[in-house]
Design a binder for this molecule. Sequence first.
Ligand code: ADP
Ligand code: MG
Length: 209
Amino acid sequence: MKISPDILPELIQAVNNSVTQHADELTELDKAIGDGDHVINLRRGLDALLAQQDEVAQLDWASAWQKMGMTCMSKIGGASGSLFGTLFVSMAKSAKDQSVDVVVFAQAFTAGVESMKLRGKADAGEKTMLDVLIPVARVLQENANGVELADLLVQVKGAAQVGMESTRDMLATKGRASFLGERSIGHIDAGAKSSQLMIDAVVATLQSK
Ligand code: ADP
Ligand code: MG
C-alpha cells in the first residue's frame, strides 16, 4: 500500500490540533521537571510546517521530509528542535530515490530514531521522547512486512501509549529533567507525551482513510 505526500497537510493539521488541545497538559509536564517551554517550541515548529504544508505536499516523500527536517532545525530551538530535525532529515536520507511503501517507511523511521539517539547521546530508559519513538520504530520494523496496515496502526498506537506511560517511573538521565535526579521520578516526560499525542494524531488520520 502506498500513501502519497499529498496527505501531509492533513497530517500536519491533525498533529497541530492535538498539540493545541493538550497544550496546558504538556506545559504542566514540562514545568514539573523541565523549564515549561516545550509547547512554545512545538508551536514554533508546527506554525512553520503549517506555512509550508502545500509546498511539501507537492514533493516526493524524501524531499518533503528533508524540507520539514530543515524547518524543524531552524525554527524550533531547544533540545527538541535538533532532535525532530534529525529525525526527518535522516528519514529523507534513508528513503532517497525509493518508492515509499510501509516497509520503506519503517526502515526510514528506524534510521531516523537511530540518528536521534546519536544526536541526543541518549537511549531507551532515560525518560525522554525516545521511550516512545524507539518502541514505535521496533513495532514498525518487526511488523511492516506481513501485517495489515489497520493492525499495524493499532500496534503503533499501543506501543506509543505504553512507552509514554513507562516514563513516569523512570529516573531522568538526559535533558533538563536529569538535573532533578530522583525528583524526576513520578512525572511523565513532556517530550514522551507530545510524541505519543503526535503519533496518535497521525494514526487516527490514517485510520480515517
Ligand atoms: P528543552 O529541554 O531545551 O527545554 P523542550 O522543552 O522542547 O526542550 O524538549 C524537552 C524534551 O526533549 C524532553 O521532555 C525530552 O523528551 C526531550 N529530550 C531532552 N534531551 C534529550 C536527549 N538528549 N535525547 C532525546 N530526547 C531528549
Ligand atoms: Mg523545555
